[in-house]
Design a protein around this ligand. Structure first.
Ligand SMILES: Nc1ncnc2c1ncn2[C@@H]1O[C@H](COP(=O)(O)OP(=O)(O)O)[C@@H](O)[C@H]1O
Ligand SMILES: [Mg+2]
Length: 365
């Protein structure tokens, strides 16, 4: 019910009614899109939830986990050939390319030449970047032939620039290929905002204006509060004071994973103490438990913040509501850097806030 850690879908998924519609629209319209938001904001959950009852063949590629570009190319080819009934294309290829050909030559349901070409191409030692591009080209051709319109989600896409691709510019190469792929819808998710901005919003980047750009904001507290109360009521648990509960959710600032962690603590306390009514004290206890669970991570954030001059001091003052020592352009520069690092967002002109309520708590103490 209130899950933390892994991406959530179904009964564990809350809020986001607008974004669910928006992302669904992109997919229905075959519109490539990107979503950026800080880590633990629910990007992966959102896309997985949109695709829960989707019938199109979908491949998730997690670039944070991928050690080399070749691995991504292999995943794409394995997925693509699995759609035409050939499973484990790459391991079969590595075992015995001739056997792979012989076993499937008669039965393959797509263009035989393309199949033979695929085996021949990947049987040779190739440059990683060429492999990835060729894998995408083949995927597009097969998707087109099948009339099935594949969906490819590149999660933590910004990490692609950290993978070795020899002399090539990987973004240039990808953009060149992807822009012709009418049979694939691409989704790009990313947590490292300054890199995502650099890739999708810098005029000099090959991905500039490539796709629809979406931003995932915090939970909508009104929508969320209603859903949470109703889920608890189904378990015959009621919140004693709705106003205090609303204050609690605001204190968490709509931060998805922190909110879920507090909710989980509330729920566990209720079970432990056989409570039917959640009192203000229980909520406070749940909040504190959650905060101490996250303290290690918050301290890591502080460590990262201190790696850039002024960043820590500016966020410290911001969290505490103190006047800034820096002024004007220099202050804006630091705010920009804090936004790019995913710690701060711009609420309205000149007004900034810290995403993570637990970090605020830490800085205020
Ligand atoms: N819509 C949601 N409903 C409930 N919990 C959510 C939702 N979105 C995110 N979360 C919480 O945040 C955590 C991280 O979500 P995830 O999708 O992995 O974020 P991201 O991909 O942005 O890092 C989840 O384990 C869950 O606790
Ligand atoms: Mg994710």
């Amino acid at each position: 019910m209130f899950k933390v850690g892994k991406p959530v879908t179904g009964k564990d998924f809350f809020d986001r009614s607008k974004m669910l519609k928006t992302v669904k629209q992109q997919i229905i319209n075959d519109q490539d899109f990107m979503i950026k938001a800080p880590r633990r904001y629910g990007k992966t959950s959102l896309v997985k939830q949109v695709l829960v009852d989707n019938s199109r063949p979908t491949l998730y590629l997690d670039l944070r986990r991928a050690p080399r570009l070749e691995v991504i190319a292999e995943q794409i080819i394995d997925f693509t050939y699995a759609q035409v009934g050939i499973t484990g294309f790459f391991s079969k290829l590595k075992n015995d390319a001739f056997l792979l050909l012989r076993e499937n030559r008669q039965t393959v349901t797509i263009n035989l030449e393309l199949f033979e070409y695929s085996v021949e191409f990947f049987a040779k030692q190739r440059d990683a970047c060429d492999m990835l591009i060729e894998a995408l080209e083949i995927a597009n051709k097969i998707s087109d032939e099948l009339g099935s319109r594949f969906i490819f989600i590149f999660d933590e896409f910004q990490d692609i620039v950290k993978l070795d691709c020899g002399e090539n510019d990987i973004l240039e190469a990808l953009r060149g290929a992807m822009q012709h792929h009418a049979a694939i819808t691409y989704g790009f998710l990313g947590s490292i905002e300054h890199l995502m901005t650099e890739i999708f919003e810098n005029k000099k980047s090959p991905f500039y204006n490539f796709c629809r750009k979406l931003k995932l904001t915090p939970f909508d507290i009104d929508e969320l509060q209603e859903e949470l109360i109703s889920v608890l009521e189904k378990k015959r648990i009621v919140i004693e004071n709705k106003k205090v509960f609303n204050d609690l959710l605001h204190r968490l600032g709509g931060h998805p994973s922190n909110t879920m962690l507090v909710m989980q603590n509330i729920y566990y306390l209720a079970l432990e103490m056989e409570l039917k009514v959640i009192t203000d004290d229980t909520m406070t206890e749940a909040y504190e438990n959650a905060y101490y669970e996250m303290l290690d991570l918050v301290e890591q954030y502080v460590h990262e913040l201190k790696s850039k001059k002024h960043n820590y001091d500016v966020i410290y003052r911001l969290a505490r509501g103190e006047e800034q020592a820096l002024k004007g352009a220099r202050l804006n520069q630091v705010y920009k850097s804090l936004m790019e690092m995913g710690y701060v967002f711009n609420e309205e002109r000149g007004k900034y806030s810290v995403h993570d309520g637990f970090l605020v708590e830490y800085l205020k103490a």
